[in-house]
Design a protein around this ligand. Structure first.
Ligand code: GDD
Ligand code: MG
Length: 355
């Protein structure tokens, strides 16, 4: 068994965070996102992993190298332009010799992949797709199944009146290499609109795997990016445990850092500052009486005296001026500089809280 991670999307819904950092390596609790997927594969003893890239491929290759630091063998394919999800798999054809686990490169899950692989071979399936329940399937691929686990229908991004069930495509597949023959070469082609409906039409053995009690999230919007941090900090992701919440940082004795928060190396936290349920990347500087709560701050950002960052995501190398309020829902791109007393996001409530 080998693996292919689809990591070529532009991450438009996660802008401005993805302007300088491609979505597959945005930090999640101070680790590049793809390392969580590599962990999932390694837990299932899969070490032959191809990363299918298109957007800012060099940044990803430079960071992860040949994978030896992470106990896996990484290979890369880089499409000249995005070929679509199935097109990207076809583009990697020369590297594919075995049944392959395919991951959407923006899914964080504590899935037991071994169980999926076992079921795939028991069914002698051509393709197996992992499903997960969600409240509103409209942003995803809705998947209807038969009582024996076969896929009945696949409907990508259904409209409200087309929603017939709550199970969606969780972005994890096991594919037999013979499906490569059904994907046209050199063209943009999609699993969701192309290959999967085609497998159904051909009555191939196409099965669903619905795991019990499994955490699943697509990290591809700022709201969900923040939520996955809250879930990890709150220990709500069954099989993923944060290793070290405290790097090597300087904190005044009169500063408050709660137990949930994760602080990167080389941070400085000044007297009277409060860090609550948040993640600070490496080398952040939080000045006197500033408060950071329920937020994620990327490396080398400075939060000025008595400023408040609440329910926000702040990019790399930002400067939040004195007494500024970065309120709920704010997403600041790298190198943003906020003048003293600026208010962003849902600020009124927060501003009142300062008084
Ligand atoms: N290499 C490559 N080339 N990768 C691509 C391309 C491409 O042309 N297009 C998309 N990808 C990658 C993205 O980087 C992402 O990791 C993954 O494929 C899925 O693309 P998204 O753009 O995030 O799709 P989505 O979230 O709207 O929908 C997909 O994921 C849902 C689960 O989160 C679909 O597969 C849905 O059916 C599914 O429910
Ligand atoms: Mg996605």
């Amino acid at each position: 068994m080998q693996a292919l991670i689809l990591a070529g999307g532009k991450g438009t819904r996660l802008r401005p965070l993805t302007v300088y950092t491609p979505k597959p390596i945005v930090p999640i609790c101070n680790r590049p996102f793809l390392l969580y997927q590599i962990d999932t594969l390694r837990r299932a003893a899969i070490t032959d992993i191809t990363l299918s890239l298109s957007y800012q491929p060099n940044k990803i290759e430079q960071l992860l190298g040949d994978g030896s630091d992470y106990g896996v063998k990484l290979k890369y394919t880089v499409e000249p332009q995005p070929m679509g999800t199935a097109g990207a798999y076809k583009f990697a054809e020369d590297l594919i010799r075995e049944p392959t686990v395919v991951f959407n490169g923006d899914i964080l899950t504590d899935l037991d992949l071994k169980a999926v692989i076992r079921e795939h071979s028991e069914h002698q399936a051509t393709a197996t797709i992992v499903l997960t329940p969600v409240e509103n399937p409209s942003a995803y691929g809705l998947v209807e199944t038969e009582s024996d686990g076969r896929i009945r229908r696949f409907l990508e991004k259904p409209k409200a009146d087309e929603i017939t069930c709550n199970t969606i495509n969780a972005g994890t597949y096991i594919l037999e290499p013979k499906v490569l023959d059904l994907i046209p070469a050199g063209e943009n082609h999609s699993f969701e609109y192309g290959l999967f409906p085609e497998l159904l039409k051909r009555k191939e053995a196409f099965f669903a795997h619905i795991p019990a009690r499994t955490y699943w999230i697509d990290i591809g919007t700022p709201e969900r990016y923040l939520r996955v941090h809250q879930d990890l900090l709150g220990n709500r992701v069954g099989r993923i445990h944060l290793k070290e919440r405290r790097g090597d940082f300087d904190s005044a004795t009169a500063a408050e850092v709660d137990e949930l928060s994760m602080i990167g190396d080389d941070c400085q936290i000044k007297p009277g500052a409060q860090i609550i349920n948040s993640v600070l990347g490496q080398g952040c500087f939080v000045e006197e009486r500033a408060r950071v709560e329920n937020s994620v701050i990327w490396p080398h950002t400075r939060v000025g005296t008595t400023a408040i960052v609440s329910g926000a995501v702040v990019g790399r190398g930002c400067h939040i001026g004195r007494s500024a309020v970065v309120g709920h829902g704010s997403v600041l791109g790298d190198k943003t500089s906020l003048t003293d007393y600026t208010i962003t996001g849902q600020a009124e409530v927060q501003a009142e809280a300062v008084l």
